[in-house]
Structures are given as C-alpha cells and as structure tokens.
Design a protein around this ligand. Structure first.
Ligand code: DWN
Length: 400
C-alpha cells in the first residue's frame, strides 16, 4: 500500500525556464510523495509525462560545475583501472552533455539521451547517441546494433523514470555476463537527514534508499554488490549492480552496512516520514522568516543558481520577486529567462552578482564549498549566503 507523507503544493515543470510573455496557463501539478509499504520505495504520487520534462530544450548541463566534472573524471579513471584495464563496451543512460562518457573511447561507447539538444552535443563529440527513452525496446535495438555492454552507467537518471521494472529488465537484456551496472542518484537517507526536501520535484519520480533499490532489483534478477556514499548533490549513493547469477563479483560489506544504517535511521518505518514532513514545514517557515527579516532591513536579496531544486523551494514557500530581485546562473540558456512558477528573472553572475547584493539564497547549496571559494570577495565584504540545509541558517565563512 502507498501512503502519502508529503504535500509540497502546486508545482511547475522544473525545466520550464520561461520567456517573458509565456507565463499564462503554465502547467502545474500536485507535488506529493508516497511511501510504498511493500518495497519501501519513495515516489511521487502524481507523475508528469516524460515528454513534457525531457525534450529538445532541456536546460541543465552537468558540466557547469567543477565539482561534477571532477567527480565524473575521477570515477571514469577508477572504473577503467579496477574493472576494465583492457577496455570495455560502455553504455551510458542519460548522458547529458557528455561529462562522463568524454573519458571513454568513442569507438566502444554508446549513449542514450532523450533530450535531443543534448544528444546532438554528444553525437557531435563522436559518441553514438540514441535520442530515446530507455526501455526494453531500445535495449533490443542496441543489442542488434552493437553488442552486450560490460559497463552500463547512469547518473541522476534512473530516479527520473517511473517504471523501474522496465528499466531493470532493459538493463538485464543489455549487460554482459560479468558486466556491471552502476547507477547514482540522490540518497533518501541524506534527504531526510538534511531536510533537503527540494530534491522532490517533477523529474525525481523516485528518491532512492538502498533498502528500496535492493528490494526492487532483486525481483528483477539483479543484485547490489557495492554501495559508495558520495557527497555530491548533497548526498548520493553510487550503487554497483550485477546479474544475480554472476558469481564473479562478491557482495561487499558496504551493502549490509548501508542497509543496517538505513534501518536504524527508520527508513522502513512510516513514522520517520511523518516526522520528516513536520521538519519540512518548519524549514519553510524559517526560510520565509529569515528572508523577510533581511528584506525589512532594506537588504538586496538574490538567489545563487537557478537550480531545478529551487523551483520546489520558491513555489512551496511562495518566494517571488517580492523577496528576491533575481536569480544568477552560469548556464547561458537559462539567462534572460524566468524561473518556473514564481517567474523570477535569471541573469548571469557577471551581470547580477555585484557589490549591490547583500544576501544570496543558495539555490545550488549542493555546491556550497565551490561557490564560497569562488565568491570569497562577497563573503569578505560582509555578503551573506543563506541556505536551508540542514536547517535554515547563514553560511559561516570558515564552514564554507
Ligand atoms: O538530477 C538532476 C540534477 C543532477 O541536475 C536533474 N534532474 C536536474 C539538475 O538539477 P539542479 O538544477 O538542481 O542541479 P544542480 O547541479 O544543483 O544545478 C546547479 C545550477 O547552478 C546550474 O544551473 C549551474 C548553476 N551554478 C552557478 O550558477 N554557479 C553552479 C555553480 C557551481 C556555480 O558556481
């Protein structure tokens, strides 16, 4: 049985960065989250159609952050050294702007990316990219056109797909006997611990615990053999998976350790989710209150990073141009547009992050360290970054 625990109100499509004059009749849906008693999977209650979210104007570029560029580069090197010293057939599901596959040989690497503007980018880089959604039909086509894959990798994509049984069936069809499938997505444990409720938005149709993935993978003939806890995106898990009948890879201790950690935290207990929901409400009230305080003191407040996550915050908390002058973002195709739902203008940091700014809400709080380093002058002159993670507070320079 699916039990509802979170209601974040009416929300827009997070990728819908609008031009002036496009505000009328914006599509909104009810952003609610449910807990499945049986599998322990946390998902959205109402799903938006994939075609509305992933299209030819997809804005997010994973390469925009130094942290992510370095994380993917390090991983590619590590995998090549540990598992594939003599090379491998590689498939990436959800290759975005090629930030990961660029470290692999284009002759033996295939990509799948339904956002055709991004697929075009990686095709131009020399990587055969299928501009399609990942499912068993595509897996069959890839088997015909290519071969089995020794490594299937997917970052921040599997949590975007509603039908997990179909996803994992397709992986099973594509994986070589001793092949490995690695997926990384935000960790539910960290979301709950950090009250980072902005991880919930249209694209994140599931927020994974290791516990739930373990349950869903097992029923699809797949098994987790390693879990890496990552700090990226505010806490993610990198899950290493093999075919259940592959005896070559041993199941490592990190799997039982993560399952135990989650169990002790209360991932299996619905009451944990109700308590999370109460914390979300407090976080909202605290954020509105701190921003209103700054505003009443005559401070100029902006937001740093037009993230998809901040769409959830702004729309749930009702934060608009009454509190924020604008949002800054380095991504060119977001600049000059307006944020989804609350319609706050987006400008480049060069244009907007100047000496007139007193306070900046960290929309990209997951890159706090990188941003505080980059904006050390702002902090030195008394500028303040505000975040809601793990509770609403002003970021201290020494902690940055
Ligand atoms: O899963 C997803 C994650 C990985 O990426 C997608 N569904 C969509 C997207 O979500 P997001 O927008 O919340 O991701 P990020 O990576 O937190 O976005 C950071 C944004 O902040 C980018 O638009 C770039 C911008 N930025 C900036 O303006 N200055 C980032 C840094 C580090 C900066 O210094």
């Amino acid at each position: 049985m699916k039990k509802e625990f979170l209601d974040l109100g009416k929300q827009p499509i997070t990728n819908s960065f609008l031009n002036e004059g496009e505000f009328d009749n914006e599509f909104l849906f009810n952003l609610k989250a449910v807990f499945d008693d049986e599998t322990k999977l946390v998902s959205l209650k109402e799903f938006v159609s994939p075609e509305m979210m992933f299209n030819n104007v997809y804005a997010h570029r994973a390469s925009e952050s130094y942290t992510m560029r370095e994380s993917f580069k390090k991983l590619a090197k590590k995998l090549q050294k540990e598992f594939f010293p003599t090379g491998a057939n590689v498939l990436e599901i959800g290759s975005n702007d090629g930030v990961f596959i660029r470290h692999f040989n284009p002759d033996t690497t295939v990509a799948v990316e339904p956002c055709s503007n991004l697929a075009e980018l990686t095709n131009d880089m020399g990587y055969k990219t299928y501009p399609e959604f990942w499912d068993t039909n595509l897996a069959k086509k890839l088997k015909e056109n290519h071969s089995y894959f020794d490594l299937i990798y997917s970052a921040n994509t599997i949590s975007h797909i509603e039908d997990l049984d179909e996803v994992f069936k397709a992986v099973k069809l594509s994986l070589s006997d001793n092949g490995i499938f690695i997926m990384e997505d935000p960790s539910l444990y960290h979301v709950m611990e950090n009250v980072s409720y902005d991880i919930f938005y249209d694209e994140h149709v599931h927020v994974f615990s290791v516990t739930a993935l373990n349950n869903v993978l097992r029923k699809n003939g797949l098994e987790i053999f390693r879990v890496d806890n990552l700090s990226v995106h505010g806490g993610s898990n990198r899950i290493y998976i093999k075919l259940s009948d592959n005896k070559y890879q041993e199941v490592e201790q990190s799997v039982s350790e993560n399952l135990e950690k989650e169990n002790v935290f209360g991932i299996n207990d619905f009451n944990t989710y109700l308590s999370f929901s109460n914390k979300v409400e407090k976080s909202k009230n605290d954020l509105i209150s701190i921003l209103k305080d700054f505003k009443s003191q005559g401070k100029k407040i902006v937001s740093y990073g037009a993230t998809y996550k901040s769409a959830t915050i702004f729309n749930y908390c009702g934060i608009g141009t009454d509190l924020l002058d604008y949002v800054t973002d380095t991504t060119e195709n977001k600049q000059g547009k307006y944020t989804p739902g609350m319609h706050i203008p987006i400008v480049s940091p060069e244009k907007g992050f100047d000496e007139t700014v007193d306070v900046a809400y960290l929309g990209a709080w997951n890159f706090k360290k990188e941003i505080c380093q980059k904006e050390s002058e702002f902090l030195k002159r008394g500028g303040k970054f505000v975040t809601h993670v793990p509770n609403v507070h002003i970021v201290e320079i020494e902690n940055g």
